[in-house]
Structure formats: structure tokens, C-alpha cells
Design a protein around this ligand. Structure first.
Ligand code: HEC
Length: 99
């Protein structure tokens, strides 16, 4: 690697710590969708489209995603997602981009 490429790699590296929007969008569709329905309208799990989540603040939603709902099939995602990724998903669900 030449010097310029090395510097570029070092400058670009912190971006990798940002949530990967495309991967998370896929996770919401496929993994959350496996229980909440492909369009998130509900299945085994309830409707999690924005209009069904008005009783949540982003923080509360993030906690449900990270810790699940004990005693129900809603699993905790903490082993798989970082706090930043869960916050991204909460925001994604609340802002209706899941339509
Ligand atoms: C194995 C099935 C399953 C998977 C996978 C799953 N959920 Fe759930 N989820 C449930 C069930 C069942 C409930 C209802 C729990 C209850 O009875 O309160 C639920 C509840 C929720 C709630 C609370 C809804 C409300 O109105 O209180 C949210 C938000 C939620 N899930 C988001 C997600 C997200 C985001 C993902 C993907 C990261 C996900 N779920 C993956 C089964 C699942």
C-alpha cells in the first residue's frame, strides 16, 4: 500500500463504526419480518409500522429491540446489534421509512 492509500484508509476507517444502513434495513425486513410480517404489519409479532408505534419514544423502542419482551417470543437483539444499530432501527421504524 502506498502512503497516500494508507492515509486514506486510516481517515476512512471510523466510518466503518457507523451503522450500516443497508445491512440493517435487510435485517429489519428479513429477521424482524420473519415474525412481524414482511411488510411489518404483524404476524406472530404485532404491527411495528410507525403508526403502530406512537406509544414509543426512540429510547424505549431501542430498549425493546436490545432486550426483547421477556416471556414472549420477542428475542433480545443485544447479542447481535450494537446500541448504535438498535438506535438506527428504532429511528427507522419510528420515522416510517419501513412503509
Ligand atoms: C421470534 C419472533 C420475533 C422476532 C424475530 C422479532 N420479534 Fe419483535 N416481537 C415478537 C412478539 C411475539 C412480540 C410481542 C410481545 C408481547 O406480547 O408484548 C414482539 C414485540 C415487538 C415490539 C413491541 C411492539 C409493541 O407494540 O409493543 C417491537 C417494537 C418489536 N417487537 C420490534 C422488533 C424488531 C425491530 C425486530 C428485529 C430486530 C423484532 N421485533 C424481531 C416477536 C419477534
Amino acid at each position: 500500500m502506498n502512503k497516500a492509500a494508507l492515509i486514506l484508509a486510516l481517515v476512512a476507517a471510523p466510518a466503518l463504526a457507523e451503522p450500516d444502513a443497508r445491512a440493517l434495513e435487510r435485517l429489519v425486513r428479513q429477521d424482524c419480518g420473519s415474525c412481524h410480517g414482511l411488510t411489518l404489519k404483524g404476524g406472530l409479532g404485532p404491527d411495528i409500522r410507525a403508526q403502530a408505534l406512537t406509544h414509543y419514544e426512540a429510547e424505549g423502542l431501542k430498549a425493546v429491540i436490545l432486550d426483547g419482551v421477556p416471556g414472549t417470543p420477542m428475542p433480545p437483539w443485544r447479542p447481535l446489534l450494537t446500541e448504535a444499530e438498535a438506535a438506527w432501527i428504532a429511528d427507522y421504524l419510528l420515522n416510517g421509512e419501513s412503509e
